[in-house]
Design a protein around this ligand. Structure first.
Ligand code: NDP
Ligand code: GDR
Length: 356
């Protein structure tokens, strides 16, 4: 059989980079869509990139944008993918209140543009293309049911979430109307050392490391009471792939089944370096949202049953691995005293020196 080809929108993002790694490991030829930027933004995939002049290259990048349907069609025709993963998005909920039109264009219309390109390609060539849509727990928004599962009604609370709900229904619609193998993943928050620096988890773990290194004195945050079901991104991209390997297309909640507040995240992150977050965290109303999603907790039973998918990293393990990675990034060995708590004496003296 032909080498399997996958096309990923959003390959430069957190999930795109982990998914590209997974697909390369599985023997796929991987194609990704990147946006032209004045400085390179391919940091997360540089370690797997191989110059296309090299005969061994199995990863290829194409310039395009989810707001540009013509280019999406051209790339699809050129790549002839067996699987398309639509991960590209203006994915920051707070920013979606500032830039609602652009968010909806990239998230909602972007999904429609990809679906339309696939529909025409499949119709013309008779070749089946499997499609994954990056749906989000944000679609559940205001609490209707606990825990949230595939049948829980949506109640989106941001332009981003409204756009994701549109993408969800179009994906389901294309499955029913055009017999497309199209799946919605309804993924709850998932994090990693590659998480964007303005999402709350990475903002915290990066701040912990910078405080320890004497590079930052305070951490400004918004609502500390919100609760999220946080998992590890590497586990979650595996679920995306599994969905497209099933006999029939379906929609799945991917979550850990546990929820924790921002305060609990702060507790573990700061305790990991023997500090008290209350000494460093300040409130800044600019990080509040006009409408907040207070509580998310997912029920992954269907994915466990049908995909045999399980999360492998605990909440505490996730926080610690993110702090450790950020400590390493500022040149501090996280395990230098052998108990995973860092060399506390070094940390303390670094902070004292920095703020003396
Ligand atoms: P990131 O924000 O890390 O990555 C987003 C990706 O989309 C980047 O590659 C970005 O490119 C690209 N992108 C942004 N705008 C456009 C556009 N107009 N055209 C083409 N590409 C664009 O997100 P994650 O990796 O965390 O998330 C992946 C997907 O999953 C997103 O759709 C997100 O909404 C969704 N999701 C994420 C969850 C999470 O907890 N991480 C949970 C549920 C859903 P560039 O690098 O150039 O900015
Ligand atoms: P979220 O993630 O909105 O859940 O969307 P984010 O980390 O931005 O916020 C989580 C919660 O933390 C609160 N919060 C802050 N958030 C940020 N970013 N910055 C702060 O300073 C801060 N202080 C408190 C927020 O109010 C919120 O309650 C993520 C994205 O990846 C989406 O793309 C994805 O769909 C969902 O997860 C599931």
């Amino acid at each position: 059989m032909d080498t399997k080809r996958a096309l990923i929108t959003g390959i430069t993002g957190q999930d795109g980079s982990y998914l590209a790694e997974l697909l390369l490991e599985q023997g796929y030829e991987v194609h990704g869509i990147i946006r032209r930027t004045s400085t390179f933004n391919t940091d997360r995939i540089d370690h797997i990139y191989v110059d296309p002049h090299n005969e061994a290259a199995r990863i290829f990048l194409h310039y395009g944008d989810l707001t540009d349907g013509t280019t999406l069609r051209r790339i699809l025709e050129e790549v002839k993918p067996h699987e398309v993963y639509n991960l590209g998005a203006q994915s920051h909920v707070r920013v979606s209140f500032d830039s609602p039109e652009y968010t909806v264009d990239s998230v909602a219309m972007g999904t429609l543009r990809v679906l339309e390109a696939i529909r025409d390609y499949q119709h013309r060539t008779g070749i089946q293309v499997r499609f994954y849509q990056a749906g989000s727990s944000e679609m559940f928004g205001k609490v209707q049911e606990i825990p949230q599962k595939e049948t829980t009604p949506f109640y989106p609370r941001s332009p981003y979430a409204c756009a994701k709900v549109y993408g969800y229904w179009q994906t389901l619609n294309y499955r029913e109307a055009y017999d497309l193998f199209a799946c919605n993943g309804i993924l709850f928050n998932h994090e990693s050392p590659r998480r964007g620096e303005t999402f709350v988890t990475r903002k915290i773990t990066r701040a912990v490391a910078r405080i320890v290194a004497g590079q930052q004195r305070k951490l400004y945050l918004g609502n500390l009471d919100a609760k999220r079901d946080w998992g590890y991104a590497k586990d979650y991209v595996k679920a995306m792939w599994l969905m497209l390997q099933q006999d029939t297309a379906d929609d799945y909640v991917i979550a850990t089944g546990e929820t924790h507040s921002i305060r609990e995240f702060l507790d573990i992150a700061f305790q990991h370096v023997n500090l008290d977050w209350q000494d460093y965290v300040e409130f800044d109303p600019r990080y509040l949202r006009p409408a907040e999603v207070e509580l998310l907790i997912g029920d992954p039973a269907k994915a466990q049953r049908q995909l045999h998918w399980e999360p492998t990293v605990t909440f505490e393990g996730l926080v610690k691995l993110m702090v450790d990675a950020d400590l390493e990034a500022v040149g501090i060995s996280p395990t230098s005293n052998g108990n995973g708590n860092g060399d506390i004496a070094t940390i303390r003296s670094a902070i004292t020196n920095a703020f003396a």
